[in-house]
Every structure is written in structure tokens, then in C-alpha cells.
Design a protein around this ligand. Structure first.
Ligand SMILES: C[S@@+](CC[C@H](N)C(=O)[O-])C[C@H]1O[C@@H](n2cnc3c(N)ncnc32)[C@H](O)[C@@H]1O
Length: 320
């Protein structure tokens, strides 16, 4: 197990400020990674505070166990979409003061060529965050139909040449018995059909798309968002960092659709039919107070170019 790769936590001060950490609060870091945010949260907690952290990557979990020896800290190896089950079993539903989601992959996952996430190096074409389950990228490409591959490359990568790349991947394997087993095998196929998009490497979009699909990343987000209101205590905070427009759209709409922003109709005004229906719908909704989105400073991007696409969104569960 390689563990000498590091990860610089993104928007660290902004995340910690957004979470308004209470010394005796209970916090949930859904994406432990290398624990940059977790360690800072722990440093703000008093002796009765607690931090639960989650990661679906066993290497991240092993590192957490070795590096954070603290009775206030628990690391759980699971997908965050399943965390509400754990919280229910431990009588913690509705008791969490803050949830952090720092989405996507960590630098160690990208930098370790053996994980297969990067088109810049050569390694097995895997791309699974949790290598103990599901299909690797190579297995998926071997089994998927042209149509399925086209859909994934288009929907999750906005890849212009999706259809041609999918067709080529399909025929090379089925008709020419080519086995795509490494990241560079895939890069070679894409490079024949795709072009540089500005300074973007031709494989950027396909690698993003396949990674999102293999790890069911958008489904994971949708599932945890369904549970957030039940998990948080009134006044509890949800802080989410996303790194691409697909993730951010889910977060943004979830927060807006359930937020005080919708409560613009003053109660003493006569309402038309549409407004009355809107208000009725809202009265059944879970409510959050949301803050302005936050982006990394220029200095942070210079220090850590991987932070450049980060967007932090924050929602507070309105006390009832
Ligand atoms: C961007 S990194 C988090 C970095 C962390 N905040 C830090 O400062 O070290 C994302 C981490 O979340 C994990 N992850 C991504 N999606 C997950 C999911 N659905 N369930 C659990 N862990 C997930 C990845 O394995 C990765 O380790």
C-alpha cells in the first residue's frame, strides 16, 4: 500500500468558518481523503465533541486509523450514500451539527498511477475509489454497449466525439480482440479521434466521464442529499465543495429548491393562484438558509492548482 502521496485541503479556512464549529458538537466528514479538513475540525472540538469521518477508499481509511489516534474520532469505511444507516444504528440521526462533502478524487488517488485515474501516467485502467467492489474501468469498457459508452461520455464528460470514441472502443475490442488494460491504451484510442480543446488534453473529458460513471458519483450525491435534513440537528450546517458543473448543479438546485430564497412572498399580500400553489408547496418543504457560494482565492490557486475549479456552497438547517 502506497501512502506517501499528499493532499492539500481546499478552502480549508472557509470550510471551517462555514461550519461554525461548536466545541461539544458532533461533525461528519463524508470525504476523509487524507484528513486535511478532519484534522482542523478536531482541533476546534472540546473533549466532548465528536468527529465521524467516512471514505469509500480503503487506503484513506487505513491512513486515518494510523494517523489519527483520538477517542473523539471514528473512521468508517463506506460510501457516504449509506451513512444514514450507520447514524440510525448508532442513534445519531438528527444529532449532527455539521456535514462536510469535499467531492471527487483526492490528489493521492490521482497521483498514484496504479489507481488508473490519470491520463498523464500509465497504470491499470481501474478508476474505482473502492477497489473492493464494482467494475473497473477496463471491465466496464469491455462489457458496455456502444450506446451505453456514448451516453456516459456525452452526459458525464460533454465529450464532442463521444459517438466516434465509443464506436472505436467497441470495435477494437470486439473485432480486433484488442484488450484495453492500461490508462495509456485508452489514451491512444482517444487521441486518434479527439483533439486538444484549448489547453485541455483530448482525454480529459473521457477520463472524467468514465470515473463519474464507474463510481456512480452523481447517484451518491443525490442519495446523501435526500438524507441531509434527517441527519442534521436544527441549526446544523451542510458545506459542500464541488469540482465540476455536474456536481455543482446538483448541490445548487438542492439548496435553492429547499431554501429561504424561495420564501419571497410576503404573507400579508393577496396571492394569485400560481403564488398560492407555490407557497403551499413550500410549506411542505424542508428549509435551509443558504449563503453565497465561495471560490478559492488567486493565492490558493497558485499554491494548489487543483483547487481552481472548486466551489463551496453552504446551507444551514433552519431551526424549527
Ligand atoms: C477531494 S478528496 C477529500 C480530501 C479531504 N477533504 C482532505 O482534505 O484530505 C475526496 C475523498 O472522498 C472520497 N469519496 C468520494 N466519493 C465518496 C463517496 N461517495 N463515499 C465515500 N467517500 C467518497 C474519495 O475516496 C476521496 O478520498
Amino acid at each position: 500500500m502506497k501512502n506517501n502521496y499528499t493532499h492539500l485541503p481546499v478552502l480549508l479556512n472557509e470550510v471551517i468558518n462555514s461550519m461554525k464549529i461548536k466545541m461539544d458538537g458532533i461533525y461528519l466528514d463524508c470525504t476523509f481523503g487524507r484528513g486535511g479538513h478532519s484534522k482542523r475540525i478536531l482541533s476546534k472540538l472540546g473533549e466532548n465533541g465528536r468527529l465521524l469521518a467516512v471514505d469509500r477508499d480503503i487506503i484513506a481509511v487505513e491512513i486515518a486509523k494510523k494517523t489519527i489516534i483520538d477517542s473523539r474520532f471514528t473512521i468508517i469505511h463506506t460510501s457516504f450514500s449509506r451513512i444514514s444507516k450507520y447514524l440510525f444504528e448508532h442513534n445519531l440521526l438528527g444529532k449532527i451539527n455539521g456535514i462536510l462533502l469535499d467531492l471527487g478524487v483526492s490528489s493521492p488517488q490521482l497521483d498514484d498511477s496504479q489507481r488508473g485515474f490519470s491520463f498523464m501516467s500509465n497504470g491499470p485502467l481501474d478508476m474505482r475509489m473502492d477497489q473492493s467492489q464494482g467494475l473497473s474501468a477496463a471491465d466496464w469498457i469491455r462489457k458496455a454497449s456502444k450506446e451505453e459508452m456514448t451516453k456516459v461520455l456525452k452526459n458525464f464528460g460533454q465529450e464532442k466525439y463521444a459517438k466516434n470514441i465509443a464506436k472505436s472502443l467497441y470495435y477494437l475490442q470486439r473485432n480486433h480482440n484488442l484488450v484495453l488494460s492500461t490508462t495509456q491504451d485508452l489514451v491512444k484510442v482517444i487521441k486518434k479521434l479527439g483533439k486538444y480543446d484549448g489547453r485541455k488534453h483530448p482525454a480529459t473529458r473521457c477520463f472524467q466521464a468514465i470515473r463519474i460513471h464507474i463510481n456512480q458519483e452523481l447517484e451518491e450525491i443525490k442519495k446523501i442529499l435526500e438524507d441531509v435534513f434527517r441527519i442534521l440537528i436544527p441549526g446544523g450546517i451542510l458545506s459542500v465543495i464541488s469540482y465540476n458543473s455536474l456536481e455543482d448543479k446538483l448541490i445548487k438546485y438542492f439548496m435553492y429548491n429547499n431554501s429561504n430564497i424561495n420564501q419571497w412572498i410576503p404573507s400579508d399580500l393577496p396571492l394569485n393562484e400560481e403564488q398560492r400553489r407555490k407557497k403551499q408547496r413550500q410549506s411542505h418543504k424542508f428549509m435551509f438558509k443558504i449563503s453565497k457560494k465561495i471560490r478559492p482565492s488567486t493565492q490558493e490557486i497558485i499554491n494548489n492548482p487543483r483547487a481552481r475549479s472548486a466551489i463551496l456552497r453552504i446551507a444551514e438547517k433552519i431551526s424549527v
